[in-house]
Design a protein around this ligand. Structure first.
Ligand code: C2E
Ligand code: CA
Ligand code: CA
Ligand code: CA
Length: 279
């Protein structure tokens, strides 16, 4: 097979300019998405496999654009971060999610927990803590029922303002989880410095753990680490019974993933809660 350099290059350039164009379009459209009420929240239940109870719900943002369709947060969150729009979008999501949590707590599940993803950019907002606490207060939500998930980034490690924000969030008794654990810049000393409550074992480990001895060792080590540090843990991206069994065998009982439920729109989540016993 002869590779034609010129064709390859022009294909590459065409793809690249298409990607740039798409990004530009999304950036432009994202500026109006809040005003046009194009965002919605999906909810994915988290389970305790020991009693099959729903212990919490993770909030996942969706952008439903009238002509482009549903756009994945993996695509638009980075753009929202770059443009700074993430601050307003994050605020909107938090208000919306807390309003929803309040309604679920009042109707059926007084002890339901909700967890939300927080972008690094939001950590550097000086009014983050006061914003969060006022949204919780407005909805009369006890902070122990509210959790924030964040992924590690290198910039956090040497930042005093990040550390202060984390401590202030802890001071008002909000749960703090490290998301995608094992994929970031995790340094163990750093783990012990932060007032963390939980680690979320990244989906990539869950997906690989049954296929190789090495990945089995990695997952066992993460579980051991969480146990030794006295942290709660939850595995994400659990897609089959085999994975669930394996995790239970090694001492990880909390899980979320397609095997239990996909992320659901509000009405379906409500239905599920109505038909489910919650402690
Ligand atoms: P994440 O926080 O790691 O969220 C988990 C992602 O895995 C979600 O994708 C979820 O739909 C998907 N997932 C859940 N169970 C399974 C499974 O069993 N198998 C597989 N293959 N996937 C599963 P989603 O909703 O597309 O979100 C992607 C990422 O976008 C999230 O990753 C999070 O980093 C970010 N994100 C979502 N909502 C928000 C938000 O409100 N704020 C911020 N800052 N980021 C968000
Ligand atoms: Ca998450
Ligand atoms: Ca995750
Ligand atoms: Ca992720």
């Amino acid at each position: 097979l002869k590779i034609n350099k010129e064709t390859a290059l022009s294909t590459y350039n065409a793809e690249k300019s298409q990607a740039i164009e798409r990004r530009y379009l999304l950036q432009k459209e994202l500026m109006h998405a809040l005003d046009r009420r194009e965002f919605l929240l999906y909810y994915q239940p988290q389970y305790d496999t020991r009693n099959r109870e729903i212990t919490g719900i993770e909030v996942l943002l969706r952008w439903n654009h009238p002509t482009l369709g549903i756009i994945s947060p993996a695509e638009f969150i980075p753009i929202a971060e770059e443009t700074g729009l993430i601050i307003e979008i994050g605020k909107w999501s938090m208000k919306e999610a807390c309003r929803q949590l309040r309604s679920w707590q009042e109707s059926k599940c007084p002890h339901l927990n909700l967890s939300m993803n927080l972008s690094v950019k939001q950590f550097y907002q000086p009014d983050l803590v006061s914003m969060v606490s006022s949204v919780l207060e407005e909805n009369r939500i006890v902070p122990d029922h509210f959790e924030l998930e964040f992924t590690e980034s290198l910039s956090m490690h040497n930042s005093d303002s990040f550390l202060k924000t984390i401590k202030d969030l802890k001071a008002i008794k909000i749960g703090l989880s490290i998301d995608d654990f094992g994929t970031g810049y995790s340094s163990l000393s750093y783990l012990t410095q932060l007032p963390l409550d939980k680690i979320k074992i990244d989906r990539s480990f869950v997906q690989k753990m049954l296929s190789s001895k090495q990945d089995e060792i990695v997952i066992k080590s993460i579980i051991g680490l969480a146990e030794n540090l006295g942290l709660q843990m939850i595995a994400e991206g659990v897609e089959c019974e085999k994975q669930a069994e394996f995790l239970v065998k090694h001492g990880c009982y909390h899980m979320q993933g397609f095997h239990f439920s996909r992320p659901l729109p509000e009405d379906q989540m409500t239905q599920m809660l109505n038909s489910h016993y919650i402690s």
